[in-house]
Design a protein around this ligand. Structure first.
Ligand code: PRE
Length: 358
């Protein structure tokens, strides 16, 4: 009876799917033509400002009932597949497979990319600087634990630019090979993850040793090989290593998120909705920080982030990591940055890139 009613509806879906498939392949052929034009001039395949524009347009034009965020996810993957016909980009990230960094890669580039897992954040920078990877994805900041200092230090030195940013929700699970805690004598995770679950662990497993390892993916791998080890990691890492969930959502903050930067040689052109990241240092004298930032207000440039990091040269001097609204090619940003530079003892533009959808 139900099947009788479903049959004509499914026939409609089949007919629409055939049209969609045809349209998708028409789009793909145009992307191939774009790829040929780019190949002639050696132009970059990945154009984040164009992808941001396409995603904004589909959200603006969306008449529903599909949710705009879901439509954007679909179009992110369509562009990823089209881009891969031009050339499959390689993206380095803090591995092994199954980490939140890998998830961030797919959220930014879609799934038609070649992920290059690296053993450390330093290696992500090295692989991208050496050209082994076209881009790298590195964690910058966690909403519970603050800045990822190693990333900030490496951004200071690198010749690469920031060409994008995104943030993803970070939900941790306690997992073991058996799915229970019998015989477990240690809980492994990345130090950031242990810190993000600190209160929950103190309340529930105060007597079990905690061991910091290189990544949550590595913790999951260790737990899969050793019945006395539990891992704290994302469930994707757990699935990859066949772990059972002892308890989901063990992070202290239910809204825990991590922000990532995309690094590469590409410097995106203005998309209309951009952000610029800078690092500054000021001479060590009274009022210097206030004077440093005054040009932003004067030229009507909004600051969206301000983070300080000790310069580690033995004195109380700091580097300031500042994000501002707008692109370094926008007139008011050009004027504000020119004045900032005059007052700064150190000045570096890390990059201008489209505002994240996430
Ligand atoms: O417009 C381009 O430059 C394209 O290559 C096409 C396309 C797309 O599929 O829409 C694919 C890759 C780029 O990153 C941007 C957009």
């Amino acid at each position: 009876m139900t099947d009788d009613k479903l049959k004509p509806l499914r026939e409609q879906i089949d007919a629409i799917d055939a049209q969609l498939l045809d349209l998708l392949n028409r789009r793909a052929r145009v992307a191939q033509a774009v790829g040929h034009v780019k190949a002639e001039t050696n132009a970059p395949v990945f154009r984040p400002e164009r992808e941001a524009h396409v995603l904004q347009k589909v959200a603006d034009n969306n008449g529903g009932p599909l949710h705009s965020g879901d439509v954007q996810t679909i179009f992110r993957e369509i562009m990823s597949a089209c881009r891969a016909l031009e050339r499959r980009v390689n993206v380095a990230y803090l591995g092994p497979a199954g980490t939140f960094s890998e998830q961030a890669v797919y959220q930014q580039f879609g799934h038609a990319v070649e992920g290059v897992p690296c053993a450390s954040i330093d290696e992500v920078f090295r692989a991208t600087e050496a050209g082994t990877a076209d881009f790298g994805v590195v964690p910058v900041e966690n909403s519970s634990e603050g800045a990822i200092n190693r990333t900030l230090d490496l951004l200071l030195q690198t010749t690469l630019s920031i060409s994008g940013e995104l943030s993803i929700p970070v939900h941790h699970s306690l997992m073991t090979g058996s799915g229970n805690m019998e015989g477990v004598i240690r809980i492994c995770a990345h130090s950031q993850a242990l810190a993000q679950c600190h209160t929950w662990l103190n309340q529930n497993y105060p007597r079990i040793e905690r061991q910091a390892v290189a990544s949550n993916g590595e913790a999951a791998r260790l737990a899969s090989e050793d019945p006395t080890t539990a891992a704290i990691a994302g469930e994707i890492a757990g699935q990859r290593y066949n772990l059972g969930v002892v308890k989901a959502h063990v992070q202290d903050d239910p809204h825990n998120r991590t922000r990532f930067a995309v690094i590469g040689r590409l410097q995106p052109t203005p998309s209309g909705r951009d952000q610029t990241s800078l690092v500054l240092a000021v001479p060590n004298k009274a009022g210097a920080v206030h004077n440093l930032l005054a040009p932003l207000a004067k030229h009507g440039v909004s600051m969206t982030r301000f983070e300080s990091r000790p310069a580690r040269i033995g004195t109380w001097e700091y580097y300031f990591y500042v994000d501002v609204e707008g692109h370094a090619q926008d007139d008011k940003v050009i004027n504000a940055l020119a004045e900032l530079k005059q007052n700064a003892a150190f000045f570096k533009v890390l990059g201008s890139y489209p505002f994240s959808l996430y």
